[in-house]
Write a protein that binds this ligand. Structure first.
Ligand SMILES: Cc1cc2nc3c(=O)[nH]c(=O)nc-3n(C[C@H](O)[C@H](O)[C@H](O)COP(=O)(O)O)c2cc1C
Length: 188
């Protein structure tokens, strides 16, 4: 398991995985086994959902062809205002060299947004427990779907909204230390 740095060491394995999880922008390209992927997706499916509706649909893009097609579509996206091709090139490969991307979508309404985000977080933690890291990439995929209805129809069921999208892979170069967590906590 990835060593937790910069925080107090906890010995419970689940807590270690939660603390070890980091968002990666570059992966090392190694494939994720079917068994590991199934474990990750199962963790997502066991997230809580409002009224146990389980409103979601998980799309796991893991074939080379699927990822290449997706990468091609991403490369065709117009650059955001103020971003030159030179700057964009610095961000590197739009697929981040990741072998897998998972999209979680659902019909609007109820607690779909919360349900899908909880599923994704479960998958992030399960992945971290296997030494696999993740990177949230929801906004770009939404932009892509707005421009390419055909791709959207191929990837998520009709009438569903995309609520969470992320890359998964074995970590590339270490990410910079994001420091301690400083949220406000009130114990009453
Ligand atoms: C809702 C949401 C959107 C995010 N969007 C992006 C994104 O577009 N690109 C990216 O590289 N990271 C994105 N991240 C990752 C955050 O930058 C990252 O979680 C944060 O810097 C803390 O680092 P850590 O996840 O490694 O602990 C997003 C995270 C969340 C929760």
């Amino acid at each position: 398991m990835t060593e937790v740095t910069g925080v107090r060491r906890y010995y419970h394995e689940t807590i270690q995985s939660i603390l070890a999880r980091r968002s990666y922008k570059v992966f090392d390209g190694r494939p994720i086994s079917d068994k590991a992927l199934e474990t990750i997706v199962t963790a997502g499916l066991y997230a809580p959902t409002g009224m146990n509706r389980q409103p979601w649909h998980f799309t796991v893009i893991r074939s080379k062809e699927g990822m290449e097609k997706f990468g091609k579509a991403r490369r065709s996206l117009p650059l955001p205002p103020g971003i030159s091709p030179e700057v964009a090139a610095k961000f590197g490969d739009p697929l981040r060299n990741a072998p897998v991307m998972i999209l979680v979508s659902a019909k609007d309404g109820g607690t779909s947004f919360e349900d899908c985000c909880l599923a994704m977080e479960n998958m992030f933690i399960a992945a971290a427990s296997l030494g696999i890291m993740s990177g949230w990439d929801h906004a770009t995929v939404k932009d892509l779907f707005d421009l390419d209805a055909g791709l959207k129809a191929e990837l998520i069921p009709e009438g569903y909204t995309l609520y969470a999208a992320a890359f998964f892979g074995y970590p590339g170069p270490a990410v910079k230390d994001r420091g301690e967590r400083k949220g406000t906590v009130a114990y009453i």
